[in-house]
Design a protein around this ligand. Structure first.
Ligand code: ADP
Ligand code: MG
Length: 692
C-alpha cells in the first residue's frame, strides 16, 4: 500500500486533472463551459468525453458503466452495463458512446414517485451532471446523474439541489454586483458524519439491528456514557485499522476526509471532511456512508448509520456546515476587517436570519424522519424548535442597528453603528453553543438537526431557497436605491427587527426555552407527520414555484413519499419486534420460568422453602404476561394501521397508536432482560454490543 496520499487522492476519479490530460483542449474547454453555464454539450463533444472516460476506466480495471443517481429512497441507485459490444462472430470490443454518457433510461417504476408517474408509464431517465466527477467503484465507471420522469418531473434528490444552487447563486450575485463585484457565488457545505461501529457477528445475531438498523429492545447497560470517557478518547486498534482504511478509500474517491475521532457515546465515532461545493459534498457524503458500511463488513464490523440505534445512549447526527463563497474565493459569511466588507457580511447574515425565521417549517421538515424523531429534543440533539445562535457580539451589533443605540464592544470601545462605523468583529470562537440547531460558528452556519442517515440534499435545498428568497427581496429594493449604504443599513434594521425572534443564544435544551419559543410564536413540530404536513402549505408551494425548485405536483409527491416512508419504517419495526418477541424473547423467558418452577418443585420436595425462586417466578411470570398481551395488542394495531387509506392519516395513526404499542412491548421485555438469567436471554445486550 502506497503512503503517498497526494498520489492516491482522487485516483479513482475522472477529475479535472485527468480531463486536462486526456481530453483535446477544445473538448476540455467545452466541458468547463458547459459546467459553468449549465448548458448542454454537443453530441460530438460528448462522444469524445465518453471515449476518453472509457479508456481511462478500462486502464483502471473497469468493465462496466452505470448512471449513478439519488432517487427519493435517499440512498444511491446504480444499474451496471458492460462496455462490450459484439462485433462479428463471437467477438467484442469495448465501447461507450456520448449518448450513453449523457442519458440513460432505467425502468423507473420501482422507485418512489409519490403518484407522479403511473406504473404504465414506467419510463424515466437519468441525465449526466457534469458538475460532479465520474468515478470508478466496484469495477464500474459511475456517472453522477439527475433522475426524472419521462415528462420531466424530478424523481430524485439531486435535481432540486442543483436548481437551488443556481437560484441562490443568481440572487447572491445581484447583491454582490451592487457592492461592485462581478463574482459568481457557490454554496459550500461540510457534512460531519457520525456513526457507530459494532462487532459484526454480535450485531448480525440481532434481527432488529439487521433489519431495522436500530435496537428495538434493550435495557440500559450498567455503564453508559456518564463517565464521558469516550469523546475524543483513545481509539481502539480495531477501530483505528478501520478508520485508516476508510480514509484511504475515501481519498481514492477524491473525498476530503479530514478529521476522525471518537464521539460521546461508547462505540460512536465521527468523520469530518473538508467542505466542498454542495452538490459535490452531497455526492461525497452518500459515497462516504456507502463505503463506511461496506468497509466495516471487511473488518468484521457493523457500521450503524441510524439516528438512534440505542435507547438511552446518544444518537448520531450529521452537522451540515453551510456557507456561500464567491468565485474570488471569498467566504460571504466571514466578517471582514473593514466597515465596507462588514456591511456586506451583515447583509448576508441578515438574509440568513430572515430565511431561517420565515422558512422554519421547511428546515424542520427537511430533517424529519422516523429515526430522527427519537433524537430531536432528546437532550443530545437540538430540540424540534428551530432557532439560531449568533453569539453575543453579533447579536449586540444587530440589536444596536435595530435600536439606533450605541454598541459597546468587549474592549470597551463604543460605536453608534452607522455605515462607516460598522465595527470590526472580535471573533469569539470559544463562545460555542452546542445546543443550538442553527449556529453561527465564526464564518459559516452549522445546521445540527440532521440525522446521521439523511441525504443532505433536502436540507440544503431548503436553506439555499430560503436564503435566495431573502436576498431576492433585498436586491429588489437595493437595485432601486438612491443612497445604497444607507438603504443597506435600513434593510438590515427592518429585516432583523422583524425576524429577531428566531435568535436565541441560551440553552436550547431547557424547558424554559420551549415555553419562551411558544411565546415568540416559533414552531415546535415534534414529529415527522406533523412536520411534513407543512410541506405543501400554499406559501411554500408559491416559493418553490417562484424559484422553479419544485412544481406543486412535485411538492405533493415529495410529501407523500416521505409520509409513506415514515409508515413503512414503523411497520417494519413493529413487525420485527413482534418476530423477536414471539419467537425469541417470550419463548426464552418461558423456558427460564419453567426451569425456576422445576427448581421450586425440587426444593419443596427436599423440604426447603424456595422463597427467592417463588418471588422471581412471580415477577418473571407477571412481566411475561404483560409482554405477551402487549405483543398481541401490537399485532392487532399493525393490522389496523394497514387499513388506513390516506397516507397522512396513516402516518398519524402510526405515530399515535403503533409507536406507543411498540413502546409498551419494549418496556416489559426490557424489564425482563434485567432479571432473566443471561444464559437464557436470546440476543446480545447493550453492554455486549457497546463495550467490545
Ligand atoms: P468546528 O470545529 O466548528 O467543527 P471545523 O473547522 O472543524 O469547525 O469545521 C467543521 C466542518 O465545517 C468541516 O467539515 C469544515 O470543512 C466545514 N467548513 C469550514 N468552513 C466552511 C465553509 N466556509 N463552508 C462550509 N463548510 C465549512
Ligand atoms: Mg461540528
Amino acid at each position: 500500500m502506497s503512503n503517498n496520499v497526494p498520489k492516491l487522492f482522487g485516483s479513482l476519479v475522472f477529475n479535472d486533472k485527468v480531463m486536462k490530460e486526456r481530453l483535446p483542449k477544445d473538448t476540455y474547454k467545452a466541458i468547463k463551459h458547459a459546467v459553468s453555464t449549465g448548458t448542454a454539450l454537443s453530441m460530438d463533444t460528448a462522444d469524445i468525453v465518453a471515449n476518453a472516460m472509457k479508456d481511462w476506466a478500462i486502464e483502471k480495471g473497469a468493465t462496466h458503466y452505470t448512471h449513478w443517481f439519488q432517487p427519493m429512497t435517499g440512498i444511491t441507485a446504480e444499474k451496471h452495463d458492460s462496455f462490450i459490444t459484439p462485433v462479428g462472430e463471437g467477438e467484442v470490443i469495448m465501447k461507450f458512446s456520448g449518448k450513453e454518457l449523457v442519458k440513460g433510461e432505467p425502468d423507473a417504476s420501482s422507485f418512489p414517485s409519490g403518484g407522479i408517474r403511473a406504473t404504465f408509464e414506467a419510463r424515466g431517465y437519468t441525465a449526466w451532471d457534469p458538475s460532479s466527477y465520474a468515478f470508478i467503484k466496484n469495477g464500474a465507471l459511475c456517472i453522477p446523474t439527475a433522475f426524472m420522469s419521462y415528462k420531466g418531473e424530478v424523481l430524485d434528490k439531486k435535481t432540486p439541489l442543483l436548481r437551488s444552487m443556481n437560484v441562490l447563486s443568481k440572487q447572491a450575485a445581484r447583491i454582490l454586483k451592487l457592492f461592485g463585484s462581478d463574482a459568481s457565488v457557490d454554496t459550500t457545505v461540510g457534512a460531519e458524519q457520525e456513526y457507530f461501529l459494532l462487532d459484526r457477528e454480535l450485531a448480525y445475531s440481532r434481527k432488529d439491528l439487521r433489519i431495522a438498523g436500530r435496537t428495538l429492545f434493550g435495557a440500559r447497560p450498567p455503564k453508559g456514557q456518564e463517565l464521558e470517557d469516550h469523546y475524543f478518547g483513545n481509539i481502539k486498534p480495531r477501530v483505528m485499522a478501520f478508520m485508516q482504511d476508510l480514509d484511504r478509500e475515501l481519498w481514492k474517491f477524491g473525498i476530503y476526509a479530514k478529521t476522525r475521532h471518537n464521539e460521546v457515546a461508547p462505540a460512536q465515532h465521527e468523520l469530518a471532511p473538508v467542505f466542498a461545493s454542495v452538490n459535490i459534498a452531497t455526492d461525497q457524503n452518500q459515497l462516504t456512508m456507502e463505503i463506511m458500511k461496506n468497509l466495516a463488513e471487511e473488518h468484521g464490523l457493523f457500521c450503524l448509520l441510524h439516528e438512534k440505534p440505542f435507547a438511552g445512549v446518544n444518537g448520531s447526527g450529521k452537522h451540515n456546515n453551510w456557507s456561500m463563497s464567491t468565485s474570488d474565493g471569498e467566504n460571504l459569511l466571514s466578517p471582514g476587517k473593514k466597515p465596507e466588507t462588514n456591511l456586506r457580511f451583515l447583509l448576508f447574515l441578515t438574509a440568513v436570519i430572515e430565511a431561517v425565521d420565515k422558512r422554519q417549517d421547511l428546515l424542520r421538515l427537511s430533517v424529519a424522519s422516523a429515526g430522527n424523531d427519537h433524537r430531536l429534543g432528546a437532550n443530545e440533539a437540538p430540540p424540534a424548535i428551530i432557532s439560531m445562535f449568533l453569539g453575543d457580539e453579533l447579536t449586540n451589533i444587530l440589536e444596536s442597528i435595530a435600536s439606533g443605540k450605541p454598541y459597546a464592544r468587549k474592549d470597551g470601545v463604543k460605536f453608534t453603528t452607522g455605515v462607516d462605523t460598522i465595527p470590526s468583529f472580535m471573533q469569539d470562537t470559544t463562545d460555542r453553543n452546542r445546543t443550538s440547531p442553527f449556529a453561527f460558528t465564526g464564518n459559516k452556519f452549522e445546521f445540527r438537526m440532521l440525522g446521521s442517515a439523511v441525504n443532505i440534499s433536502c436540507p440544503n435545498v431548503m436553506i439555499n431557497t430560503a436564503v435566495a428568497e431573502a436576498l431576492c427581496g433585498f436586491a429588489d429594493k437595493l437595485e432601486k436605491s438612491k443612497d445604497f449604504e444607507k438603504d443597506v443599513l435600513k434593510i438590515i434594521k427592518d429585516s432583523y427587527t422583524k425576524h429577531r425572534r428566531i435568535v436565541f443564544n441560551g440553552n436550547n435544551y431547557s424547558k424554559e426555552w420551549e415555553e419562551e419559543a411558544a411565546r415568540r410564536g416559533l414552531l415546535n413540530l415534534k414529529s415527522t407527520p406533523e412536520a411534513l404536513s407543512y410541506y405543501d402549505r400554499e406559501e411554500n408551494v408559491k416559493l418553490f414555484e417562484k424559484f422553479k425548485i419544485y412544481t406543486a405536483v412535485e411538492v405533493r409527491a415529495r410529501e407523500e413519499i416521505l409520509l409513506e416512508n415514515y409508515c413503512k419504517v414503523l411497520n417494519i419495526e413493529a413487525l420485527t419486534m413482534l418476530d423477536m418477541a414471539n419467537k425469541q424473547i417470550i419463548p426464552a423467558v418461558m423456558a427460564f420460568s419453567g426451569d425456576i418452577a422445576d427448581g421450586i418443585n425440587n426444593k419443596t420436595a427436599a423440604g426447603v422453602k424456595p422463597r427467592a425462586e417463588l418471588d422471581l417466578l412471580k415477577k418473571v411470570s407477571g412481566l411475561t404476561d404483560s409482554a405477551y398481551d402487549a405483543a398481541n395488542k401490537l399485532a392487532d394495531i399493525v393490522v389496523e394501521a394497514k387499513g388506513v387509506a390516506n397516507v397522512k392519516d396513516a402516518a398519524f395513526f402510526y405515530r399515535d397508536n403503533v409507536l406507543p404499542a411498540m413502546q409498551e412491548l419494549r418496556l416489559s421485555c426490557d424489564a425482563l432482560e434485567m432479571i432473566v438469567d443471561k444464559d437464557y436471554w436470546p440476543i446480545p445486550v447493550y453492554g455486549d454490543l457497546l463495550f467490545w
